[in-house]
Design a protein around this ligand. Structure first.
Ligand code: FAD
Length: 429
């Protein structure tokens, strides 16, 4: 129960919990529709999935590799166009034009295997964004040993920079609060009619018309507080691989964003960035990171070195001390599905005045936000589209650091390449 009476609480149209892509995109959509909102973040903006993601704005290709237009592909195929407008700062979408782009497109390449060739054929089903074959002279140097290269117009964003650009749209609506301090009051019908929490030394009390849960894994606890049990959340773990130049600019790690397609799988997915010391970094996901879910880090590093080298045809420098490797684990937060599979679409469901959201993919955040908007009651009488004025003394959340900045256990490639060095391979905490 709250200590506060509802009369001294701030009336808002929506309290949004969680400042990853879902919360920040939704905040802007609601704000532009005239809703007065506050976004409560318990840690750092984008902490967890968004900042740890690869930043690819998928258009469904990876869901059509078996040769059919799947429900997943159908749900996501319009998203690249929406994101392109947002990233260009066009009206009608959140202005994300301050985002640093990793690339305007992905490369798609195949190894020389028959399965890989069939996968490319199956990739052309009913998508807005289709792979275009590149002549050999336009293949990036790092892919010169592979069996065929395509360009796929799926943009790749730098996730921390994207979070920063959306956060800058509504800085006054963002509050960092202490999750332990949260109190939720429900009336006899189950409606959440009051919320209270601490932000620094300030105690905040809200009277929300709606509560929007976009806290990723954090939604599980928040839903318990709101008395919501079904449907439940599932976690799907991935064990991602990082590799970086040992010295800034040594050229051992190329700028590359894209997928190696083998059969109906993305064997590896590589995205590139540059760390604060100027070293080129790769995040490696795809099948290799799913294979690694139950592997200890040192086993995954060996598996990944083999897989990445095989995917690139030839990349001997990856197994030398010019390159350092690490891994990190993340759980994807999703609605429970039969068999624990990835849901086909963004999940948005209302219980009373509480809306639970899991986007499933970064790329689906616009679809999620439009669904939240469709569930909102009309803006309240006190709403004028501006954030509440009483939040001046609150703590403000910062943007989370990407995994390569927080990981402090890196292994030189030559140690991974040497089978005898098993005990010498440190793991990334
Ligand atoms: C390794 C990896 C790679 C991925 N790559 C891609 C990709 O390339 N393209 C793509 O489309 N999708 C990708 N995804 C999926 C995508 O990252 C997620 O679907 C998406 O980021 C989820 O966003 P979210 O805002 O719902 O949750 P999160 O990003 O998890 O954000 C949740 C926020 O809520 C906050 N929070 C947690 N608990 C509380 C609480 N109690 N109160 C308030 N705030 C709270 C967290 O600190 C965080 O800021 C990837 C996912 C992973 C794990």
């Amino acid at each position: 129960m709250l200590n506060a009476t509802n009369s001294d609480a701030i009336a808002v149209d929506a309290v949004i919990f969680g400042g990853g892509v879902s919360g920040l995109w939704t905040l802007d959509v609601l704000h532009r529709a005239g809703y007065r909102c506050v976004l409560l973040e318990s840690a750092a903006l984008g902490a967890g999935q968004t900042v740890g993601s690869q930043g690819i704005i998928h258009g469904g290709l990876k869901y059509t590799l078996a040769g059919a237009l799947t429900r997943s592909a159908e749900a996501i195929r319009d998203m690249p166009g929406v994101w392109r407008d947002a990233l260009a700062g066009k009206p009608g979408q959140p202005d994300a034009s301050a985002t640093t782009m990793r690339s305007e497109f992905c490369h798609l390449w195949r190894t020389g295997s028959l399965g890989s060739r069939l996968g490319m054929v199956g990739a052309r089903v009913g998508l807005r964004v289709k792979p275009q074959r590149l002549p050999r002279e336009r293949w990036p140097a790092v892919l010169r040993g592979v069996g065929g290269v395509f360009q796929l117009d799926e943009q790749v964003v730098s996730p921390p920079s994207f979070v920063e650009s959306l956060a800058a749209l509504h800085p006054d609506a963002l509050v960092r609060y202490d999750a332990e301090s949260l109190r939720v009051n429900r009336d006899e019908s189950g409606t959440v009619d009051a919320l209270s929490c601490a932000s620094g030394s300030t105690r905040l009390r809200f009277r929300p018309a709606a509560v929007v849960l976009t806290a990723g894994l954090g939604n599980a606890t928040l839903r318990e507080l709101a008395g919501i049990q079904e449907p439940r959340m599932q976690r799907r773990g991935v064990h991602m691989i990082l590799l970086r130049e040992a010295d800034p600019g040594n050229g051992a790690v190329a700028d590359l964003n894209g997928h190696c397609v083998d059969g109906n799988k993305t064997r590896v997915t590589v995205t590139s960035d540059v760390d604060t010391h100027g070293r080129r970094v790769w995040q490696v996901g795809g099948q290799v990171s799913e294979d690694g879910t139950d592997m200890p880090s040192e086993d995954l590093l060996r598996h990944a070195l083999r897989e990445v080298k095989a995917s690139l045809g030839d990349a001997p420098q990856l197994g030398t001390d010019a390159v350092q490797w690490a891994t990190y684990r993340l759980d994807k937060a999703e609605v429970t599905t039969a068999g624990g599979l990835r849901p086909d679409d963004a999940f948005v469901e209302q219980h009373g005045n509480v809306v639970t959201c899991w986007p499933t993919k970064l790329a689906l955040a616009p679809r999620l936000a439009e669904r939240v908007l469709a569930l909102m009651p009309k803006p309240g009488a006190e709403s004028d589209g501006v954030p509440p004025p009483d939040l001046v003394s609150c703590e403000r959340p910062v943007v989370a650091s990407p995994p390569w900045e927080t990981c402090d256990r890196w292994t030189p490639g030559n140690l991974i390449a040497c089978d005898d060095a098993r005990s010498a391979i440190p793991t990334c905490s």
